[in-house]
Design a protein around this ligand. Structure first.
Ligand code: GLA
Length: 747
């Protein structure tokens, strides 16, 4: 055993000679948090506390002081009827387990950078639990990061029996949450309305959050939840636990509230239709469940997730993102050389740094003209692009920007050369007609099959080998697994399909990243369908939604920001009427919303007026100036659009608190509406900040422009922002869509 402190060394020595009647305490800690477990050999491993960091003395007194302890990994079948994280059928048909502690180890982890994630320094504590009767072992792991307040937990289930153990539920982790007025914040949604916030007080019964899509696991519900422990959720005060399951596939999060003093929370792979046959001698490793605690409200928990994401869970989380133009909403499938070249020239002229050619560039026998053919046939359509991809890469180079390209590697269409050649590569229930998706012909490729994995890897590998100048890939995935069946998996192991698909996906992503660590890759899945920590480590960012309407984006980006940092949130200025909900908003409003994330554009610049081009040019240059604060700063959400006060507001502050960027968007439009004054947060109370507005519509200045205020004043009072522009006609023209972006610079 390796230990990090003398106290722990003492604990471990005691462990080997432990008395069975005295509970030993083991604390898993980050700088700001403690997870305290009762770990006595031969007894159940129990969680007694998770919250703000405790001294060793206080931690040691918890049980004696009446703090309740619950099994750290509750199992089904013997003495536990509340909630199980693990349930199995053993080779003899029996269904009972009872796990007791055998030993535990603790070791430092120093992982160097893999080329796209930062180095990792953490302490891993592993508790080895064994069933009292059968040779089934469960390792319960807790990885505590040294640089951020985040603890990851996951398990390894080892089958030491002589037969197959069927896993029927196999969660990543469990946490008891003390009752009181506990509220849950989680997300629902659909295509074009992702990450819609749900807030509810936990009441007796079971709250279930789950995904069964097979591919797009963040489109409807999301694998993340926050618990506000002090009543109705508040942004910048109150105790909050945040939990995110890091798994790219189907998941199940459950909160059981019964007659005990606690809410019982588990999260893991969704066991529905996925019972797993664990063969003799095999080990099943569950995905990580990331846990954080903050006493600075929801925003505090978000900041913990954002820091952890930028440092460890997002490719290149320490690198500024380029400002790009994506061709989708501008031209859809109507790609051709002169259009692409002109779009590149236009974004370069506006100050952008990257052009991404979206769907529609491929297909020889079946050229991709709309969404009903060609996926899988990743050869360039020479009718559209006679000089091929290299010509485009060179053209981008001549405009002094980078070039990116769209692909959808996990998919095909029944109308494609790939499907003609490999009909057995698609996922479909055997003996049944194929069940198709988008365009009436889309099909999901069977990533459980290593040959399909090679094919998917080969798409990226071939593009990057032939055209090493490609800087960015948009990786899309627009269909769910809607027919259960693999031609690759054995007939009696079809229940592994959902899990094997994601093992295959991980394998492909690992191979791509090993060979192309510098490539920028966006995760897209019909919009925000892959905003998830199981996907992100290989990706730089995700597309928040196909809905680019600025007003609805305020809500979607608000929800997305609970767990994901702005640097990962692709947020584009698009045209009006908006292509999903037909809303017309002013360009300034669209820019001000897009600027709060990773700024880009999604329109046809040639349709813009000269004045609009100039306005965007100025906005892009201003964004570049404050980009480090927006992309790396600490987020403070101030006023939620969900509060229906007619306003939404948030700000980013540099860690040094030298500079902050404040966003203010009107969300409702009523004549004579009186808006609240927004108190700021995250500033240094003792420093003086000068206020400057960017992305200004005219030379008319806000009354506080250029004036300096203490951080204390700004946080206690905020600034009085006029509801409308001064000019009455302007006010009517804009229909009230008013917004402001303020830069606060400390003297
Ligand atoms: C999906 C994506 C869009 C776009 C289209 C292309 O819908 O979410 O951004 O790439 O596919 O077909």
């Amino acid at each position: 055993m390796k230990f990090i402190s003398k106290t722990l060394l003492a604990l471990s020595l005691m462990l080997s000679a432990t008395s069975l009647c005295r509970a030993e305490k083991v604390t898993v800690s980050t700088k700001g948090t403690s997870l305290v477990l009762e770990a006595t050999k031969g007894e159940h491993l129990r969680i007694v506390y998770f919250g703000k960091a405790l001294s060793d003395r206080d931690a040691s007194l918890l049980t004696e002081s009446g703090f309740r302890a619950y099994d750290a990994y509750p199992v089904y079948g013997h003495g536990n009827i509340t909630m199980d994280a693990l349930s199995v059928t053993l080779p003899d048909g029996s269904m009972a387990l009872e796990l007791v502690l055998d030993s535990y180890t603790r070791r430092d982890i120093h992982n160097p950078s893999n080329g796209y994630n930062a180095p990792e320094d953490a302490v891993l504590t592993t508790f080895v639990l064994k069933d009292k009767v059968h040779p089934v072992t469960v390792n319960v792991n807790y990885k505590a990061y040294k640089d951020v307040d985040m603890i990851e937990t996951w398990t390894e289930i080892l089958n030491g029996t002589k037969g197959t153990v069927t896993l029927r539920k196999f969660d990543s982790g469990y946490l008891p949450i003390r009752r009181g007025e506990v509220w849950a914040s989680h997300f629902t949604g659909t295509w074009a309305n992702e990450a819609s916030l749900v807030e509810e007080e936990l009441r007796p019964g079971t709250l279930k959050i789950e995904n069964k899509d097979g591919v797009r696991n963040a489109q409807t519900s999301r694998a993340e939840i926050m618990f506000s422990l002090d009543g109705k959720p508040t942004e910048n005060s109150g105790d909050v636990i945040g939990a995110a399951l890091c798994y790219s596939g189907n998941y199940l999060l459950e909160v059981v509230t019964n007659d005990t003093d606690y809410h019982h929370f588990t999260a893991g792979i969704n066991p529905d239709n996925s019972s797993y046959p664990l063969k003799k001698g095999e080990t099943f490793t569950t995905p990580e469940l990331a846990l954080t605690f903050s006493s600075e409200g929801l925003s505090g928990a978000s900041r913990n997730f954002h820091r952890w994401a930028r440092a460890h869970k997002l490719a290149h989380g320490d690198k500024e993102r380029k400002i790009l133009l994506n061709s989708w909403e501008g031209v859809y499938f109507n790609i051709n050389e002169p259009t692409m070249d002109k779009m590149m020239a236009d974004i370069a002229m506006m100050g952008g740094e990257l052009f991404v050619m979206d769907d529609g560039w491929f297909g020889v026998k079946y050229p991709r003209k709309t969404d009903n053919s060609s996926l899988g046939d990743w050869q360039v359509d020479e009718n559209k692009l006679p000089h091929g991809i290299q010509w485009l890469v060179d053209a981008a180079d001549s405009h002094k920007i980078k070039f990116g390209i769209w692909i959808e590697p996990e998919m095909t269409n029944s109308v494609s050369e790939l499907y003609e050649k490999h009909p057995d590569w698609v996922i479909n229930a055997p003996g049944r007609e194929v069940s198709t998706g988008r365009g009436g012909t889309q099909l999901v490729l069977d990533l459980s099959n290593p040959a399909v994995q090679d094919f998917a890897f080969g798409i990226v590998d071939e593009l990057m080998t032939k055209y090493p100048g490609i800087d960015y890939i948009k990786w899309d995935a627009n269909m769910s697994i809607q027919s259960h069946g693999s031609n690759y998996l054995p007939k009696d192991e079809q229940s592994r399909l959902n899990i094997e698909y994601h093992r295959g996906f991980a394998n492909v992503c690992d191979r791509i990243r090993a060979k192309y660590p510098d490539l920028t890759i966006q995760a897209c899945a019909s919009g925000g369908g892959r905003a998830n920590y199981g996907v992100l480590p290989w990706f730089d960012e995700f597309w928040v939604s196909d809905n680019t309407d600025a007003l609805q984006r305020i809500y979607m980006q608000w929800g997305t920001s609970y767990f994901f940092p702005s640097i990962a949130m692709a947020s584009h200025i698009s045209t009006v009427p908006n292509h999903t909900n037909m809303r017309v908003t002013p360009l300034k409003f669209r820019i001000d919303v897009a600027m709060s994330g990773r700024l880009g554009m999604e329109l046809q610049p040639k349709d813009m007026s000269e004045a609009e081009i100039k306005f965007c040019q100025k906005a892009i240059s201003e964004y570049k100036e404050v980009r480090p604060t927006i992309q790396f700063g600490d987020l403070y959400r101030l006023l939620s659009p969900y509060e229906n006060k007619g306003l939404a507001s948030l700000m980013y502050c540099d860690e040094s608190k030298d500079r902050a960027v404040f966003f203010w968007w009107k969300t409702e439009h009523f004549y004579d509406q009186h808006l609240p004054r927004v108190k700021m947060a995250g500033l240094d109370p003792d420093r003086v900040y000068t206020v400057r507005e960017i992305d200004k519509l005219s030379d008319v200045s806000l009354p506080f422009e250029g004036k300096s205020f203490t951080g204390k004043f700004l946080m206690e009072n905020g600034l009085d922002i006029p509801s409308y522009p001064d000019n009455y006609m302007e006010k009517m023209r804009l229909q009230g869509y008013s917004s402001h972006v303020l830069v606060l610079e400390a003297r």
